[in-house]
Design a protein around this ligand. Structure first.
Ligand code: ZN
Length: 91
């Protein structure tokens, strides 16, 4: 799969890494790597990957924006009810 294809999935509303993984049948790990490369290559076109950070649905704790992966649990209240980060590309 080409990285430009990956980009097409993320333009507009975007999606979580897990959704993307199911869609393109690649592991989250592989996709993370692909996204890193994609981020570098689109920079030149003044585009960037936007991340809506993950948050705890119990206490609203917000995770760091730089992480694309779904955190396993909340460091604050230890809840595993976590909203995944949403990744999108804005043009
Ligand atoms: Zn919490």
């Amino acid at each position: 799969m080409l990285r430009t294809d990956l980009k097409n999935y993320l333009i507009g509303d975007g999606m979580s890494l897990n959704q993307l993984s199911r869609l393109v049948r690649k592991s989250v790990r592989e996709l993370e790597n692909d996204l890193k490369h994609l981020e570098k290559s689109i920079k030149h076109q003044n585009e960037f990957i936007e991340t809506e950070p993950a948050y705890c649905r119990k206490c609203q704790f917000e995770f760091p924006k730089s992480k694309w992966n779904k955190p396993s649990k909340c460091p604050d209240c230890k809840s595993t009810w976590i909203q995944e980060p949403r990744i999108s590309i804005s043009e």
